[in-house]
Design a protein around this ligand. Structure first.
Ligand code: GLN
Length: 188
């Protein structure tokens, strides 16, 4: 199994460390020729969704990556990655527009409002998982095709739609590998 990690901007290296710890091969996708390599799944990391969106177009990665996901490639989007995958972004144009969710950017405020909270997400792990939020979005609502995995104080912060997994928090910034394991199970 080999996982491609979109490495245009943001917290991509932390995802690589998580897969390294799990003994899963991964590599960085930085330009068009990288997607010609074989890979079984994709990670879109946290960062700045507007920057990631622009670079996807500029580097001619937008259409091929959109097609791969439409054709069933498993994808894990964290924070900005969630925004890039959403069909609806409140007050803004969506990017890949693949997942049936409505997202509110920066819903949890500014950098200074970053926080962490332990929550049990039954589908992912029996143990509490540390949710790390950094200028995080939340999901205002999911459409018929998407399913809520985790809510925090009435706001949806993790969801799944077939091959697409998203979290508004950053599992890659914790030592806990449960979410990356869950994603690997989705691939295999
Ligand atoms: N605020 C960022 C955005 O809107 C997301 C923050 C993050 O990925 N940590 O794209």
């Amino acid at each position: 199994m080999r996982i491609g990690i979109l490495a245009l901007q943001g917290a991509f290296i932390e995802h690589k460390y998580a897969f390294d710890k799990l003994g899963v091969d991964s590599f960085e996708i930085r330009q068009k020729r990288d997607i010609e390599e074989h890979f079984d799944a994709l990670v879109i990391p946290g960062g700045e969704s507007t920057v990631i969106g622009k670079l996807l177009h500029k580097l001619e990665l937008f259409e091929p990556i959109k097609k791969m996901i439409e054709n069933g490639m498993p994808v894990f989007g964290t924070c900005a990655g969630l925004i890039v995958l959403a069909k609806n972004v409140i007050g803004e144009e969506p990017h890949l527009a693949l997942m049936d969710i409505t997202v509110k950017r920066n819903a949890y405020g500014k950098q200074i409002d970053s926080f962490s909270q332990d929550v049990i997400i039954p589908e992912v792990s029996k143990e509490p998982f540390p949710l790390v939020f950094i200028r995080a979005p939340w999901i205002e609502g999911v459409g018929d095709n998407a399913r809520v995995l985790c809510e925090l104080d009435g706001h949806i912060v993790a969801a799944r739609q077939d091959n697409i997994l998203v979290t508004s928090f950053h599992p890659e910034l914790t030592e806990n590998l449960s979410f990356h394991k869950y994603f690997i199970d989705m691939i295999s």
